[in-house]
Design a protein around this ligand. Structure first.
Ligand code: GLN
Length: 429
């Protein structure tokens, strides 16, 4: 069978093709001259399968889409405290190049606007690194997200740096407030170089998929940044990624995203996929017009809004049955699905509302797919409390879905592979 996804993507591109509204960024001459009609889309699943359509070989400068990735590198390299000390996480509701700093701390409001991103740029790599080493770290890091070596588009860099008066003013303001501690021009130059790295929609989709995949590049398998950094980065993308259109974006599209003035747009759907579009005409917020339209369409066609939660699946407690007789009797409580907070609460409630009459209690994980960290702690506490109530507790868990089942103080559990290990066959009716 041929997958229908490429056809769907091609059709989506056709549906926005006619829209010629918006304009290419004119404050960077090289971007103003770019062919405004180019249009491309790519999806990359969290296990690394890519689908792309349109001008997917077109290469363009990454621009502000570099911001979340460099922020992630800064968090990974310097730790949260040092980065948060210099850059906030509050949506500014301002344009991307707004001259705004927090009134009391003097910090840029968030790392998605230029002030915050110039600062994040200076925080990548080890403290005290020379600017070219820091830039190498950024190129290496972004290349690890993209799964291939990224190169700079020198023409875009030259064109932007010559007229980067506003960003220079921002960097001077940051230096005056002691947010950055180096020559402002060096910081702006590095940041502008970072923005001029050339990418395709395929690169961007894989970069976004790496965020969607807890920081592990799903094609190369390389761990690029730790999960805690990904969570922070996606949260900031969700609240600040679309500048002064962030609220409209989050309610209508509901995918953590980032746009760039060259016309790129990415979305990272945690646990599912990375999406990228390219179309150079921008709206008044500096976001790609047709990119935004495409994302709106993807969300409604494919239920991608983060706040759209699927209807509750079957209860985690599948059922309970007693096997064997007399002192051999064991009550088996069978669980199923993924055990996170809400599922674990159902298990605790099961034992509280209907305490087992039998001394021997077995919890079967045969049909459980995953146990989250919170689910694990709650399940182990249930086992501990059952032991303290006088029960002998068993876990039927041949696949070790629950690793290291230590219920802690006063708890005891025996792990077995099959229900038959608990009850002699002749005692079963
Ligand atoms: N929104 C953007 O993509 C802006 C990036 C651009 N390099 C700038 O600083 O103006």
């Amino acid at each position: 069978m041929r997958s229908p996804i490429p056809d769907y993507l091609a059709e989506a591109l056709r549906s926005v093709e006619a829209d010629q509204s918006g304009a290419t960024a004119d404050y960077i001459p090289e971007l103003a001259n770019a062919d405004p009609d180019r249009l491309a889309v790519a999806f990359c699943t969290e296990d690394g399968r890519r689908y792309s359509q349109g001008d997917c070989d077109a290469s363009f400068s990454i621009q502000s889409i570099s911001k979340p990735f460099v922020y992630a590198l800064a968090l990974a390299d310097r730790g949260f405290d040092e980065v948060l000390d210099k850059v906030g996480v509050e949506p500014s509701g301002d344009a991307f190049n707004e001259m705004s700093l927090e009134p009391i701390t003097g910090r840029p409001l968030n790392p998605m606007i230029n002030a915050g991103s110039i600062t994040a740029h200076t925080l990548a790599g080890p403290r005290g690194a020379a600017p070219h080493d820091r830039f190498d770290r950024i190129v290496d890091g972004l290349s690890a997200f993209a799964g291939r070596r990224l190169e700079m588009d020198e023409a875009v860099f030259e064109s932007e740096i010559r007229t980067a008066y506003r960003n220079r003013a921002l960097a001077n303001m940051l230096r005056a407030n002691d947010i950055i501690d180096e020559d402002p021009l060096v910081a702006v130059t590095g940041y502008t170089r970072q923005c001029s790295l050339a990418v395709t929609v395929d690169d961007l989709a894989l970069m976004a998929a790496t965020l969607a995949n807890r920081g592990v590049n799903p094609v190369t398998g390389a761990p690029v940044v730790p999960p805690a950094v990904v969570r922070q980065t996606l949260s900031v993308m969700a609240t600040c990624g679309m500048y002064d259109a962030a609220g409209d974006w989050m309610t209508r599209v509901g995918i953590p995203a980032k746009s760039g003035v060259a016309g790129g747009l990415i979305g990272a759907l945690p646990g599912q996929a990375g999406i990228a579009t390219f179309s150079p005409r921008l709206d008044r917020h500096g976001n790609s017009v047709r990119g935004v339209e495409l994302f709106r369409r993807f969300t409604s066609d494919m239920g991608m809004h983060l706040m759209d939660v699927p209807p509750a699946g079957p209860s985690v407690v599948r059922g309970r049955r007693v096997f064997g007789k007399g002192s051999h009797a064991v009550v088996v409580v069978s669980l199923q699905g993924d055990i996170r907070f809400a599922g674990a609460e159902r298990i605790l409630r099961e034992f509280e509302d209907d305490p087992p009459a039998q001394k021997r209690v077995a919890i079967s994980l045969l049909r459980v797919s995953t146990v989250g960290d919170v689910g694990r702690r709650m399940l182990l506490d249930a086992i501990r409390r059952l032991t303290l109530d006088g029960h002998d507790v068993y876990l039927i868990d041949p696949d070790r879905v629950l690793p290291d089942p230590d219920p802690g103080d006063g708890g005891r559990v025996t792990v077995v592979g099959r229900r038959e290990d608990l009850v002699p066959r002749e005692t079963i009716d």
